[in-house]
Design a protein around this ligand. Structure first.
Ligand code: NDP
Length: 386
């Protein structure tokens, strides 16, 4: 029997289950690169479209795990030495966590988790796990690659449009009973003709470029690995061999690089000074890619015309986090990858990974981040240990 410790975000304050706005979600069985969506065996423990990412939803895992004789603990209490998470960690065999409400698996916590064999991210992005410490301990780290990539791409496109067109303040004027057209449009532009540059053109970055193509922007990208000539031609992409050369010409900059030691805080004062004045910065990758206070300074000085996204550090962001109140921002809590549509896919992927793990079958390489003491699968492409 194994103990599975699952950390999920709290239920809605308005009650669980919610009243659903719709009765179904489209079924996606194949992703744009040909990878199949999760294929767990047997019944899903939920109906796609249900809220399963919060504590009471339990990712729909209880029936399967208990039928196999395992123990499932689900909690949102994850921070502080006396948290439920810390209390159960020492004898947990598997930890499941989500980037939206991450249970940070620091080296200290990994040292306490003597029985831990699998750290599973129900979503994408396993930077809340100290990958080096996990590799040294022989812990497998896996995530549900591609499950919510398109969800995030949609959020990034929405954020770029909302910032450039000054949507959020204009909506606020309408809510407040105003008709202040001049106030609304004094910061409102079209994205048509602008230059959009993404730092990182992997699954999400590329999906954003594809979605923006019909808006007639000039599309630029930087990535350590250049895309194929065919793809560059199809989308009319301009490749930059350095991030600096991309930000110098971009009106809208998008961050889509993974967070690892050498990308932490790389968007700092010195880097922001190289942007065009009045650029917009969209970040749905990770909050800690940016120097928190440098972003505030750039918005206050006008070096950035806007900043938006859904990722913060730490999460949940404290009430006094300056990104909540800085000017010209379009921040949301970390929601882009946890739409009800995305939840159905990452919960099914979590089930598939658990089934393989308990049946002693290999986990798909595209789901692996760390295995057998080193970066593996997707992790070997996307992450670095230093
Ligand atoms: P991918 O691994 O498909 O793409 C990441 C890309 O970034 C790869 O092409 C990689 O290059 C590139 N890259 C690595 N290092 C750098 C660097 N220093 N500068 C520029 N590019 C770099 O990941 P996804 O597109 O699926 O996801 C990207 C990130 O988005 C995740 O790591 C995660 O942090 C975040 N995310 C956020 C979510 C949310 O809910 N907001 C949900 C899902 C993901 P290469 O592999 O070619 O070397």
């Amino acid at each position: 029997m194994s103990k599975i410790l699952c950390v999920l975000y709290p239920d809605p304050v308005s009650g669980f289950p919610p009243v659903y706005a719709r009765d179904d979600v489209p079924e996606i069985s194949v992703y744009p690169n040909g990878q199949t969506a999760p294929t767990p065996e047997g019944e899903l423990g939920f109906k796609p479209g249900e809220l399963i990412g919060s504590v009471s939803g339990e990712l729909g895992l209880r029936k399967y795990l208990e039928s196999q004789g395992h123990e499932l603990i689900v909690t949102s209490d994850k921070d502080g030495a006396d948290s439920m998470f810390d209390r159960h960690l020492p004898d947990a065999d598997v930890v499941i966590s989500q980037p939206f409400w991450p249970a940070y698996l620091t080296p200290e916590r990994i040292a306490k988790a003597k029985k831990l064999k699998l750290a599973l991210t129900a979503g994408i992005g396993s930077d809340h796990v100290d990958l080096k410490a996990a590799a040294e301990r022989g812990i497998t780290v896996a995530e549900v690659t591609f499950s919510n990539s398109i969800s995030v791409a949609e959020h990034a496109v929405m954020t770029a449009l909302a910032l450039v067109r000054n949507y959020l303040p204009s909506h606020q004027f309408a809510n407040n009973g105003g008709w202040n057209i001049a106030d609304c449009v004094a910061r409102s532009y079209d994205i048509e003709g602008m230059t959009f540059g993404t730092l990182g053109a992997g699954r999400i970055g590329l999906a954003i470029l594809r979605r923006l193509k019909p808006f007639d922007l000039k599309l630029h990208y930087y990535d350590p690995h250049r895309l194929s000539a065919d793809l560059e031609k199809e989308l009319g992409l301009t490749y930059h061999s350095t991030p600096e050369s991309l930000v110098k010409v971009s009106d809208i900059v998008n961050l889509q690089t993974p967070l690892y030691p050498s990308t932490t805080g790389f968007v700092n004062d010195a880097f922001l000074a190289k942007f065009k004045r009045g650029s917009y910065l969209v970040n749905t990758a990770r909050g800690a890619l940016c120097d928190r206070d440098a972003i505030v300074r750039a918005l206050e000085s006008g070096q950035l015309a806007g900043y938006g996204g859904d990722v913060w550090f730490p999460q949940p962001a404290p009430i006094d986090h300056p990104w909540r109140r800085m000017p010209n921002q379009g921040m949301t809590p970390h929601i882009s990858g946890s739409s009800l549509s995305a939840q159905a896919r990452y919960a099914a992927g979590t089930l598939e990974i658990l089934q393989n793990f308990f049946d002693g079958k290999p986990i798909r390489p595209e789901y692996l981040i760390v295995d057998a003491g080193n970066l593996a699968g997707t992790g070997a492409n996307s992450y670095k240990l230093s």
